[in-house]
Design a binder for this molecule. Structure first.
Ligand code: NAG
Ligand code: NAG
Ligand code: NAG
Ligand code: NAG
Ligand code: NAG
Ligand code: NAG
Length: 884
């Protein structure tokens, strides 16, 4: 006994350890002793901020919580249930309603009663529409929580108003707007599943017609604290050779009855099913389901014995025959404070097989597989031809022994394994909460499965299954306030997605190919919707002539001609000893930078090399004569190198004369200007905001004035540091998720970008002046940084490409030997953005910044302290929860 406890403790600890490793630091910086075959942190290729989302339409009504959607594609309508209102929108553009909304809120008296019951007047004491479905050709049926006294009503869809009286909704809609709930209206019959009333046990019901049916509570409780996320009707009677019935499947998480592998894992994901033609039993199981069966849905990462037990969302991709339909499910961990998601998929033939398999039974108050004789006809099955052959025409004709068995054996012994016996995708640091799936035929003739995943902080991920590997093409920020996606529905014919949150409803196209702005971008994206037509990236379906389109979903490499014509060319003339930043932003989070000098690869960028490599450029430290030459920056993605920038750097030992026109690059609107302390050769943009002497003067006038420079720099740096700290603190507190835990030895990594995968190249992220999410960024070859009015740079946690970050301290040693030393070396000169409107840079010489190191250290400490606190609270919570 003792040994058993000890053992289970050890196993438990191991799993927690693995979990910690898995979730927090490892997969980026630390190689597992064995190589995982599942990518544990799929990186979205591109990050699109809300200002860069194109082709979308938005609807904001008077209410909030747009959580119930009913899409009727043929009629071109999207019905929306919100808080206290129902809307009818045009599904080709939801921004303006077709009909005035139905205002249907709880009465003031009801709200008062709700308040008196101690409910939250901000969220709960309203009529939250939870159910909205088509009843017949002319009417919809809707139910709302009505400030904790649910009501239901018919809606005349044509005139769009409530029709007839209000029904008591207590047996068909939950009281609590946040309780898990699912329901279907099928052929005039209503099926729902929820925990309806406060303190009542959860139930799966047929609400009408008479007789109503429910689940059994004694002696065997069929559902334990079930939290429902979805349901689906499969018409299994169609073309059935056995005269089978249609079935309704319910998906939920419940408290585990079986012995758990780990004591901390108390919940399991389930699929349950009932037959649509069930009428309950005659004496036994009267007004109860005779066909209720449930089974566990498994979703585990086998290498780590990591079980994802909490079901968050499901989507069923229907096929012509029910068995080939596929269930896609989003799972999370039981520990609410750890963000992680897995997507598993299952075929319904597998689910059906499990329901045909052995039963579980309680023996000595433990659930074990039942090995005795199962009565005939098989308990839990629908009434089919073989029943009718025995004179059993309905569930009421079933013999008592069969019903008694069914009553005590609701649980199947086998578990439903996902296709491939592993998740399709695992993503740490992200909580997916809604899923929709679409299949798109690509130009290579393959039909690709595209997943649309809504997060709990207002983002949408578009991912494609490429021969069993998930590739996230884009992450899109749809809601600025980090609101969870509350609803998601998909129109395959309009190729549109509709996503509701607490503040708005958004319609976005399934693809926005025009965001890919070069042939390489279009092809590397591996987006089955998009092809390059020689000039622009277009939606393949929009073209009837497709032979001239270039697309390579399966590899993402082929089809583009070598074309370095767009690469931007810049000159840099600097004084020996200066630090120079050669800017080169990578648009894709999956690309890695590659630099050559005079055609030779720049390798081994160690501390003695005089270079630092960053995600947004190359830094030359203390330029020497041998640093002169022609630099090329390439983005390497899918093993293809694409030239982005050319720099001609000349290092002079004598100060140069004041800048002349000939040193200017051809384009007047040149992007990043990089004057350096000694030899500014490019015209810095005007600096309207500062009271400091203009940069030009400082840089070009007498050496004496250069004495001010350190002072100015220190003050500027101080301001900058304070701003960053403030912004960062506010960001942290508004996003208290701890999803980017950084360990102390690692020091601060890239702020806000640390969770991305580019890590081994990412030791340095300089302060750059481009605009977050601006569309201007879309241009690969000519990024424009003239974001006038964008006076502050932002630190955006959880965002990748654009967020500029403060100076970085010692980064962690990466796995790659090439960069190892360079990364752990001391910090390069501090970059400071001096002119916010023009995005110019001044790089102070290391020798110049006497004041900087202490400043810098306190900055590090400050941020480390914040992160440390987050660490601890996270760890505490974890142990607290896991010791339950
Ligand atoms: C939807 O309609 C609004 C207003 O009519 C318009 O501004 C918007 O561009 C339209 N959006 C789409 C995607 O058609
Ligand atoms: C929806 O809007 C489109 C144009 O955006 C229009 O052609 C169509 O008639 C509208 N549908 C309804 C039902 O009003
Ligand atoms: C909710 O109650 C608080 C205090 O009880 C009150 O200040 C607030 O105005 C109420 N809000 C609404 C929407 O009724
Ligand atoms: C649909 O149902 C409603 C409510 O029961 C009823 O009033 C209406 O006549 C029905 N319509 C049709 C076409 O059957
Ligand atoms: C409704 O929106 C509010 C924010 O406006 C949010 O706090 C609440 O959780 C939402 N309710 C549901 C049921 O999603
Ligand atoms: C079942 O239906 C068949 C044919 O309709 C009928 O002959 C038989 O008596 C019915 N059995 C029961 C038990 O009602």
């Amino acid at each position: 006994m003792f040994v058993e406890v000890l053992w289970s403790n050890m196993v438990e600890r191991r799993s927690i350890l693995l979990l910690l490793l898995l979730l927090d630091s490892v997969s980026q910086q630390w190689a597992f002793p064995f190589s995982p075959s599942l990518d544990l942190d799929v990186t979205p290729r591109t990050t699109v901020f809300s200002t860069g989302v194109t082709g979308s339409a938005r609807f904001i009504g008077r209410s909030r919580n747009y959580s119930t959607l009913l899409l009727e594609e043929e009629a071109g309508l999207l019905f929306v249930g919100g808080r206290g209102a129902v809307y009818a929108l045009n599904c080709s553009n939801i921004s303006s309603p077709i009909k005035p909304p139905i205002d249907w809120d709880a009465s003031p008296e009801q709200k008062k009663l709700c308040l008196n019951k101690g409910r939250d007047n901000q969220t709960q004491c309203y009529n939250h529409i939870r159910f909205l479905q088509r009843y017949n050709e002319t009417h919809l049926y809707a139910c709302g929580t009505n400030a904790f006294r649910p009501l239901c009503a018919f809606i005349d869809a044509e005139r769009f108003r409530l029709s007839g009286g209000l029904d008591d909704g207590r047996d068909r809609c939950p009281y609590d707007p946040a309780k898990g709930f699912t329901g279907l209206l099928v052929d005039g019959e209503m099926f729902t599943a929820s925990q309806y009333e406060f303190r009542s046990s959860p139930d799966i019901r047929r609400n009408f017609p008479f007789p109503t049916l429910r689940t059994e509570e004694a002696p065997t409780r069929w559902l334990l604290e079930a939290d429902f996320v979805g349901s689906v009707l499969l018409r299994e009677s169609i073309n059935s050779s056995t005269g089978d019935d249609d079935k309704i499947y319910f998906f939920f998480t419940e408290r585990s009855q079986e012995q758990a592998a780990y004591p901390s894992q108390t919940r399991v994901a389930r699929v349950a099913r009932v037959c649509k033609g069930d009428w309950g039993g005659q004496r036994t199981l009267q007004r109860k389901w005779t066909s209720f069966l449930k089974a566990r849905l498994l979703c585990s990462v086998p290498e780590y014995e990591l079980h994802l037990n909490v079901l968050r969302s499901v989507f069923v991709l229907r096929a012509t025959d029910a068995g080939s339909s596929v269930l896609f499910a989003v799972f999370g961990l039981e520990w609410k404070n750890i963000k992680a998601s897995a997507i598993c998929h299952y075929t319904f033939s597998q689910v059906q097989q499990v329901f045909e398999g052995p039963f579980m039974e309680v023996q000595d108050s433990k659930w074990r597989e039942f090995t005795g004789k199962v009565p005939e006809p098989r308990p839990g099955s629908c009434i089919a031809d073989r029943h009718r052959a025995q004179g059993i025409n309905s569930s009421r004709d079933l013999p008592d022994n069969v019903l008694t068995f069914a009553r005590r054996h609701p649980l199947m012994a086998s578990q439903v394994q996902p296709v491939g016996v592993r998740p399709l995708m695992f993503k740490r640091s992200v909580n997916y909460v809604k899923i929709a799936v679409h299949q798109e035929a690509a130009l290579d003739g393959t039909v690709y499965t595209v997943l649309f995943l809504g997060t709990d902080d207002g983002w949408l991920h578009r991912a494609v299954d490429i021969h069993g590997e998930m590739h996230i093409m884009e992450e899109l920020q749809l809601f600025d306030n980090q609101e969870p996606i509350e609803s998601l529905t998909i129109s395959s014919s309009l190729r549109s997605l509709y996503l509701g949150s607490s503040s708005a409803l958004v319609q976005v196209p399934m693809s926005s190919c025009s965001r890919y702005d070069s042939c390489y971008d279009c092809v590397f994206a591996r987006d089955p919707f998009c092809g390059w037509d020689g000039k622009v990236c277009v939606e393949v379906w929009s073209r009837s002539q497709r032979s001239n389109l270039t697309q390579d979903v399966s590899r993402g490499t082929r089809g583009c001609k070598e074309n370095s014509g767009n690469a931007l060319h810049r000159r840099r003339s600097v004084l020996a000893g200066d630090d120079v930043l050669l800017q080169c932003e990578l648009r894709s989070n999956l690309a890695t930078p590659r630099w050559t000098l005079n055609g030779r690869e720049l390798r081994g960028l160690g501390p003695t090399s005089g270079y630092r490599l960053g995600s947004d450029g190359l830094l030359i430290l203390g330029a020497r004569a041998e640093h002169s030459g022609s630099y090329r920056c390439f983005a390497v993605e899918n093993a293809v190198s694409v030239l982005l920038r050319l720099y001609s750097v000349s290092v002079h030992s004598e100060p140069l004369p004041p800048p002349t026109a000939d040193a200017l690059p051809p384009a007047a609107s040149s992007p990043v200007q990089l004057p350096s302390t000694g030899g500014a050769t490019e015209r810095p943009p005007p600096s309207p905001t500062t009271t400091m002497p203009p940069l030009d003067d400082l840089l070009t006038s007498s050496r004496l004035e250069a004495l001010y420079l350190p002072l100015v720099g220190v003050l500027g740096g101080l301001c900058l540091v304070l701003t960053v700290v403030l912004i960062y603190i506010s960001c942290c507190s508004s996003r208290a998720t701890g999803n980017r835990k950084l360990s102390q030895q690692q020091g601060l990594q890239v702020l806000g970008a640390s969770e991305r995968k580019r890590s081994s190249y990412l030791e340095l992220r300089t302060i750059s002046g481009h605009c977050n999410g601006r569309q201007e960024r879309r241009s690969l070859s000519s990024p424009s940084f003239d974001c006038l009015g964008d006076d502050f740079f932002q630190v955006l946690p959880g965002s990748m490409s654009p967020p500029p970050a403060p100076p970085l301290p010692t980064p962690p040693p990466p796995p790659s030997a090439d960069y190892a030393n360079g990364l752990s070396a001391t910090l390069p000169g501090v970059l400071r953005k001096m002119n916010s409107s023009g995005g110019s840079y001044v790089l102070l010489r290391q020798g110049d910044q006497q004041g900087a190191p202490p400043l810098y250290h306190s900055f590090t400490e400050e941020l480390n302290r914040i992160l440390e606190q987050r660490n601890h609270s996270q760890l505490d919570l974890l142990t607290e929860q896991s010791s339950v």
